[in-house]
Design a protein around this ligand. Structure first.
Ligand code: SF4
Length: 435
């Protein structure tokens, strides 16, 4: 999979959060929901650590180049070159390797994120070996694919979802097969990524057009018949049946939940050995800035006992507990200060105030919480309102409550599904010159 998340492609709502402002309380924005640009990478990063998501996509803090992307991108590029013909013959192996070398040389070892020339040279050799082995195994059965590196953006439920599919084969009768190349060691991938591809491909009108242009077939519906992760290092194909409705829906619910969380500005650190180890934002993360001595992600500390048990597990569990306790205590402290400020503001009937370094604005915002998402969606469908919310995200459901075209009795039924809270929204801004 190529990275779908270049800045120029994601100019939507996510990029609009003002820099230098700290939202003390998450709140639902009262402005109309703009379509949000979304991708599999965004979903997985938000679920992994929502604070890291914010620092990357909203604050747009730069990350260091990662050497493992250099290897993956070069192999993907060579695979694309290998198949990019309208009809046979396919390029010879020597030409594919020439293309691999050309792409590899476009950046030096430091720009690619390697810590030494030797490490870079080792990975280049790995890429050469992978391409040679793949070519050797498959070149006699090469087929011209329907599409390579197919990039599309499809709007579904108020989200503009971007996908880049490595290879698509057309099987006839409106059916396609999706192939995603993997160059890492991990062969136990979840189906999330391909299920998202299935959903988006099947909603994509451009694909039907392309089938017509290339094969002359006019298809009314397009169906993903099967999907495959191809592990290039081990020349191993892992095939999947198309996802069932229930699987796709459950993935999509997670996508909508993540989108709700992002719109509500719910961003919390979620420390874990793997995600923190490769995270460039430790200097911006309270877990690391306040607990420098608690967490360590150094490789040499990962030791296994003779019987295979993870000897550090108990201390990791304790570290996790300690950090969680600290986060809770910070949050509690913040809540206490907030309550105190709110009391003074109410007494003095003011809504903003400045300290030496920060200014603070307070707004009262109604916040709804619907415990049973399925019940609300069922009710909306029954009342013919499902299409009206475009996507059953919280903001759109809440908007129905002030929609004049909806009867009071229906609004009452929707309200009965949820709880309304009035929350205080603090918007704090650093006003000191030094910071
Ligand atoms: S260091 Fe860990 S907890 Fe902090 S932002 Fe990065 S991944 Fe999240």
């Amino acid at each position: 999979m190529k990275n779908e998340d270049t800045n120029s492609l994601f100019p939507g709502l996510l990029s609009e959060a003002p820099k230098g402002k700290i939202k003390v309380v998450s709140s639902i924005n009262s402005k109309a929901v703009k379509p949000m640009y979304f991708s599999y990478s965004k979903l997985s990063l938000y679920e992994e650590c929502s604070l890291k998501y914010k620092l990357k996509y909203i604050d747009k803090l730069p990350e260091e180049p990662k050497f493992y992307f250099a290897l993956g991108n070069s192999v993907h590029n060579a695979m694309e070159f290998m198949y990019a013909v309208k009809s046979p013959p396919f390029p010879e192996l020597k030409d594919v390797l020439k293309e691999l070398k050309r792409e590899w040389k476009t950046r030096n070892w430091m720009q690619k994120g390697y810590n030494s020339i030797a490490h870079e040279a080792k990975d280049y050799q790995k890429a050469v070996d992978m391409i040679e082995a793949y070519y050797e195994k498959h070149h006699k059965i090469f087929k011209v694919p329907f599409l390579l590196e197919y990039r599309t953006t499809v709007e579904v439920d108020g989200l503009k979802v971007i996908i880049i599919v490595d290879k698509i084969n057309y099987l006839g009768n409106g059916e396609i097969e999706i192939i995603d190349y993997k160059t890492g060691k991990n062969v136990s991938r979840s189906t999330d990524q391909v299920y998202l591809y299935q959903k988006i491909c099947e909603h994509d009108p451009r694909l039907k057009e392309k089938i017509h242009q290339i094969y002359g077939d006019r298809v009314s519906t397009l169906k993903v018949k099967n999907m495959e992760y191809y592990y290039v290092p081990g020349l191993r194909e892992i095939k999947f049946e198309r996802g069932q409705e229930v699987d796709i829906q459950s993935l999509w619910d997670r996508v909508l939940k993540a989108a709700d969380g992002i719109r509500a500005e719910e961003f919390k650190p979620n420390p874990g050995e793997l995600q923190c180890k490769f995270c460039d934002y430790k200097a911006h993360c309270p877990i690391f800035t306040d607990n420098k001595n608690i967490i360590t992600t150094e490789k040499e500390q990962i030791n296994y006992d003779k019987d295979g048990a993870y000897s550090k597990l108990a201390s990791l569990v304790d570290e996790y507990g300690k950090i969680s306790t600290r986060i809770n205590s910070f949050n509690k402290e913040l809540e206490n200060i907030k309550t105190e400020i709110a009391e003074v503001f109410e007494k003095k009937n003011i809504a903003s105030y400045s300290g030496k370094n920060y200014s603070l604005n307070m707004k009262k915002i109604e916040k709804w919480h619907f415990k049973n998402r399925d019940a609300v969606i069922g009710l909306l469908k029954k009342k013919g309102l499902y299409d009206k919310v475009l996507a059953p995200v919280l903001k759109n459901i809440v908007d129905l409550l002030s929609d004049e075209s909806i009867t009071e009795s229906v609004k009452k039924e929707i309200k009965a599904q949820g709880d309304k809270k009035e929350v205080l929204n603090f918007e704090i801004k650093n006003i000191s010159e030094q910071v």
